[in-house]
Design a protein around this ligand. Structure first.
Ligand SMILES: Nc1ncnc2c1ncn2[C@@H]1O[C@H](COP(=O)(O)OP(=O)(O)O)[C@@H](O)[C@H]1O
Ligand SMILES: [Mg+2]
Length: 272
């Protein structure tokens, strides 16, 4: 790739997107999902990506994770170009990704097992993580015995136990009802306030975005550009009381104002 194609290269630490664009060609159809997005996510921040359905949020996460390569531009982590999945990154998906035949304990320890970590050490780390996500007492349960919210806690614990520097989350609470979603968001905030790893979190829920984030990246409709980076200046820990902070309401109004023009009700966007 010629460097003169790259609009805005940056070299800061953390995750940097350098003029990334993504065009899909499938079955004779060309879809320009993302057009020239440049942004930097400094280490140890909680950054949320919000945007209309089908605008390219999942694609953006795939590009950071290295599951796909952008058609233009590139992604760097600590200045190094991403060429494929890295051991210090982990992804949590919206759909149930638990291993149905394994217990909670063995689900959480799975990645450690693959990495060849000793059994006693696996057990210790998995138990600590199970406790952190509030699943103590359920170690021997199998996923079918758990609610949707509990399964997502298992998925989060399975990612966190690997101590990723960067955690990517693609609408992890998207399949849950609103109350469970809000409660799990609260728990994620609490956990994150302890671990302080870098998180890139995709959602279409305005309240969830504000509650969780240091920064919200607002994406436009396809071909998607980064419309705004909104800094969320609310105190931590972010307990439920954040709801009654007048700034919360102001941020929500701002996000609605930014997103409403992007919602094209005639579009037949396919999203995942
Ligand atoms: N592998 C693919 N092949 C063809 N088109 C794709 C592929 N992945 C995503 N797209 C298209 O790119 C656009 C963005 O998709 P996606 O990133 O899933 O959106 P979002 O997660 O914001 O809802 C959509 O129009 C989708 O149909
Ligand atoms: Mg998606």
């Amino acid at each position: 790739m010629a460097t003169d194609q790259i609009p805005e290269a940056q070299t800061s630490l953390g995750v940097s997107l350098h003029g990334i664009g993504m065009v899909f060609e499938a079955g004779g159809k060309r879809t320009e999902a993302i057009r020239s997005v440049s942004a930097t996510m400094p280490p140890g921040r909680f950054v949320t990506v919000i945007g209309p359905s089908g605008c390219g949020k999942s694609t953006l996460l795939d590009l950071v994770f290295g599951l796909q390569m952008p058609t233009t531009g590139y992604v760097t982590i600590d200045g190094e170009p991403v060429t494929g999945p890295r051991r210090d990154m982990s992804m949590v998906f919206q759909e149930d990704s638990t291993l149905h035949w394994r217990t909670v304990q063995d689900n959480v320890a799975f990645g450690l097992e693959v990495a060849g970590v000793r059994k006693s050490e696996r057990r210790r780390r998995a138990e600590a993580m199970i406790k952190l996500v509030g699943l103590s007492g359920f170690e021997d349960y199998r996923p079918r015995q758990l609610s949707g919210g509990m399964k997502q806690r298992v998925a989060i614990a399975r990612s966190l136990v690997m101590e990723p520097r960067i955690l990517l989350m693609d609408e992890p609470f998207g399949a849950l009802d609103q109350q469970t979603r809000w409660r799990l968001g609260g728990e994620l905030t609490r956990i994150w306030e302890e671990t302080r790893n870098s998180v890139l979190f995709v959602t279409h829920d305005i309240h969830e975005a504000i509650r969780l984030s240091d920064v919200v990246w607002v994406m436009s409709e396809r071909p998607s550009v980064l419309k705004t980076e909104m800094i969320v200046d609310l105190p931590r820990p972010r307990t439920d009381e954040v709801l009654s902070d007048p700034r919360f309401t102001q941020y929500a109004a701002q996000l609605w104002e930014l997103l409403l023009p992007e919602i094209d009700t005639t579009s037949e966007a396919v999203s995942r």
